[in-house]
Design a protein around this ligand. Structure first.
Ligand SMILES: [Zn+2]
Length: 329
């Protein structure tokens, strides 16, 4: 019998990545199309459905679709609550897509951070790890928690907004959420740039210039001993370390997986200070139990495909499935 296949779709602000994935996490087929986020919502839904139908017709053994969306999602009702980059507010993408599919298959929607966590759990660094925290570090900083193999859910799909916990509510930099001193004003793409600008005058010897300042520049200069860039990286490392301290003390995970483009580009610069902050601030029994690692999955569509296995584990029995295949371990 041919292997069961799933489709994963990552909807981003600029591109939509599709992948047909087998039960071992191998990509059998994939394509990327531009998001064209200026299109009306209905046009985007019909473009997505067209590509999904191409795969559903081509691969009869596809049994589910997983979709990652930026921003908060009501996963039970399949609604994108506020995908700012796509200009989607309260859009029922699950029902709208199901109406347009050529055959009926289960479809699951999650926000992209939860997708990252579930993807790492099934196909990446957190395999066979029931208790772990996933932190996604890019333009902002968000997180997800898996306890006993189950994603932690809040009451309004707004759990783990760790990026908006304030480190300095009085004197910290103003965040887009309205507070001052949020974690992501130090440890995120926008935070690195904002911190550099805020402290620029204090570092007369810096090589950086503000008019064209990018995250890439800050990383580059930090690697070349620029004192301001190194100061900014140290602030980021402490903020990340404190985030990891809170996660460790609250959830007692065995693993913290750090995902997102920015952390892969900066972790070598950050890790000594981040781990020192954790060691100094965690209780020893919690600190000794936890390992910090970078994420493994580079393809967000692969992570999205893992939603199908995750949500159907009660139906199909993920543990027995995994043991039989001996591949998802
Ligand atoms: Zn904030």
């Amino acid at each position: 019998m041919p292997d069961k296949l799933t489709i994963g779709l990552d909807i981003g602000g600029t591109k939509m990545a599709f992948a047909v994935v087998d039960s071992s996490g191998n990509i059998c087929d994939e394509t990327v199309i531009p998001t064209e986020h200026d299109n009306p919502y209905e046009v985007t839904i019909s473009r997505i459905a067209e590509q999904l139908n191409t795969y559903l017709d081509q691969y009869p053994n596809i049994f589910g679709i997983g979709i990652g969306v930026p921003g908060p999602v009501d996963n039970e009702r399949g609604i994108a609550l506020n995908a700012v980059n796509l200009l989607w507010e309260n859009r029922p993408i699950k029902s709208d897509l199901l109406e347009n599919l050529s055959r009926s298959v289960p479809l699951y929607i999650e926000n992209d951070v939860n997708v990252g966590a579930i993807g790492e759990h099934l196909f990446g660094r957190a395999k066979e790890t029931p208790n772990f925290v996933y932190l996604s570090i890019g333009t902002g900083l968000g997180g997800a928690v898996m306890l006993d193999g189950k994603l932690m859910r809040g009451s309004t799909s707004a759990e783990m907004e760790i990026g908006h916990i304030s480190l300095d509510p009085v004197n910290g930099l103003l965040c887009t959420c309205g507070q001052r001193g949020c974690v992501e004003m130090s440890m995120s793409g926008k935070g690195l740039v904002a911190t550099t600008k805020a402290h620029y005058e204090r570092f007369a010897d810096t090589q950086m210039t503000l008019d064209t300042l990018s995250t890439y520049d800050i990383i580059h200069y930090a690697n070349h001993q620029d004192t301001l860039a190194q100061f900014v990286m140290n602030e980021a490392a402490v903020a990340l370390g404190l985030s990891c301290v809170w996660c460790t003390m609250l959830f007692n995970p065995s693993l913290i997986v750090l995902g997102g483009g920015l952390i892969h580009a900066t972790y070598d610069l950050l890790k000594t200070q981040t781990l020192a902050t954790m060691e100094a601030r965690c209780l020893p029994q919690s600190y000794d139990a936890v390992t910090v690692t970078l994420s493994q999955l580079t393809n967000a569509a692969l992570g999205a495909s893992a939603l199908v296995w995750y949500f159907q584990k009660d139906t199909f029995g993920v543990s027995s499935h995994l043991t039989q295949d001996n591949t998802l371990k």
